[in-house]
Design a protein around this ligand. Structure first.
Ligand code: C5P
Length: 393
């Protein structure tokens, strides 16, 4: 089993320090080992006791802590960590990092580290916009330090603008992404997800039970593996990832057009959406009145997005999904051949749709590769590992 990741969470003086408490809770819940180090100013905003209770470990606040066995906390703590995360990072602490100052435990740890450093700025918008801060941020980026955020919105001082620290959930996503192997670094990945909605009249539509969860999981996992992700989605029942480019395309026709407009420079195309096979020939502009008579609606075939993308002259590496209720592997393989796909993911329609888990088999030119039943995110990671290997053949 993979070893749990270990981080030093550095908290500096700012009101956003209260969000660090929630971040510690989430990190621990996600099996990330957290050693909290606080500056003196941070202790004015939130107590080390709170952080100790949440992280389950003593919190370090000073250079001269006798409990560190070799008496050299700046070496000891930074060597044990896979990354140092500073959240919140005040304007003053950012300036210190730029100059390589080492006048307290946290800044000394940062200078002595041999691991990645991730910094989540938190400050008033004027402080953030100040050319001095902007110069400092540019310098940290040049020094290969990752800058997480900041966010924009209402600030503790009452002003509105850029400078708020990212929410704990968002920081967790970025920290987890940092630890993923960058198997898709530099790749552009286009994904369709969700159900399409084929309007009959302004209030009625034909749709299906797809939740979009599998496509969203693949989009998030691809982003974490370093890809630049575009997610074209129909109706979905799960939150969209924040770090991907998301485009809404409610109907099969709209999804077709949107995919074709965005596919040109893509390396990988993954069609996860449950695209309607039929759409009403006439879409009434007004609500159809009910009567005692039966109502017939003529349905026309929609265009097959995946098959058309796979037939393009410079087609990206194309992955399809086959949701079947019977003869799963036979039908899926037939579909793979008919649509000219290097890879198709076969799953049982009734089990996959709407659920948080899935059990799939990957089919490619080398045969069938069954994956164990797992959460959709874990399945997404497996599919993408397979894509990363196969698309570089
Ligand atoms: O043929 P079938 O609809 O079962 O194929 C499913 C696969 O094809 C999925 O990957 C789905 O996203 C894609 N598809 C598509 N356009 C359609 C129908 C299906 O891209 N009109």
């Amino acid at each position: 089993m993979q070893k749990n990741k270990s981080i030093v969470l550095g908290i500096t003086g700012g009101i956003a320090a209260y969000k660090a408490a929630e971040l510690v809770r989430l990190l621990v819940k996600n099996n990330i080992d957290v050693q909290v180090v606080m500056t003196e100013a941070a202790c004015q905003f939130i107590t080390p006791i709170t952080m100790q209770a949440l992280s389950g470990k003593p919190v370090y606040t000073g250079m001269w802590d006798a409990s560190i066995p070799n008496g050299m906390p700046h070496i000891e703590l930074s060597r044990l960590a896979d990354a140092i995360v500073i959240a919140p990072a005040s304007a003053d602490f950012i300036a210190k990092l730029v100059h390589g100052r080492a006048d307290d435990l946290l800044s000394t740890l940062c200078l002595a580290r041999d691991c990645a450093l991730l910094v989540a700025p938190a400050m008033n918008k004027q402080m953030w916009e100040n050319p001095a801060t902007q110069r400092n941020i540019a310098q940290l980026k040049t020094d290969s330090i990752a800058i997480l955020g900041p966010d924009s919105g209402e600030q503790a001082c009452g002003e509105i603008g850029l400078g708020r620290m990212l929410e704990a959930e968002d920081l967790l996503t970025l920290i987890k992404a940092h630890f993923q192997p960058k198997l898709l670094q530099g790749k552009k990945v286009l994904i369709t997800a969700g159900a399409t909605l084929e309007m009959i009249d302004p209030v009625r539509a034909i749709t299906n039970l797809s939740s979009g969860k599998m496509g969203i999981a693949i989009a998030q996992a691809a982003y974490e593996m370093g890809a630049e992700v575009t997610l074209i989605h129909g109706k979905v029942d799960a939150p969209l990832p924040k770090s991907t480019r998301n485009i809404s395309a409610p109907s099969a026709d709209a999804m077709y057009e949107t995919v074709m407009c965005n596919v040109a420079d893509q390396d990988v195309f993954i069609g996860v959406a449950a695209v309607a096979d039929y759409t009403p020939a006439q879409k009434s502009g007004h609500k159809i009145k009910k009567s005692e008579q039966a109502l017939s609606i003529q349905l026309n075939r929609t265009k097959d997005i995946l098959a058309d993308v796979a037939s393009l002259p410079n087609a990206p590496f194309c992955v399809g999904f086959a949701a079947e209720t019977d003869h799963l592997l036979t039908y899926a393989e037939q579909k793979r051949i008919a649509k000219k796909l290097p890879l198709i993911v076969a799953n049982t329609a009734t089990e996959a749709m709407g659920s948080d888990e899935n059990e799939v088999t990957l089919l490619d030119k080398n045969g069938a590769h069954p994956l164990e039943r797992a959460q959709k995110f874990a399945i997404a990671q497996e599919i993408l590992r397979h894509v990363a290997l196969s698309s570089s053949d």
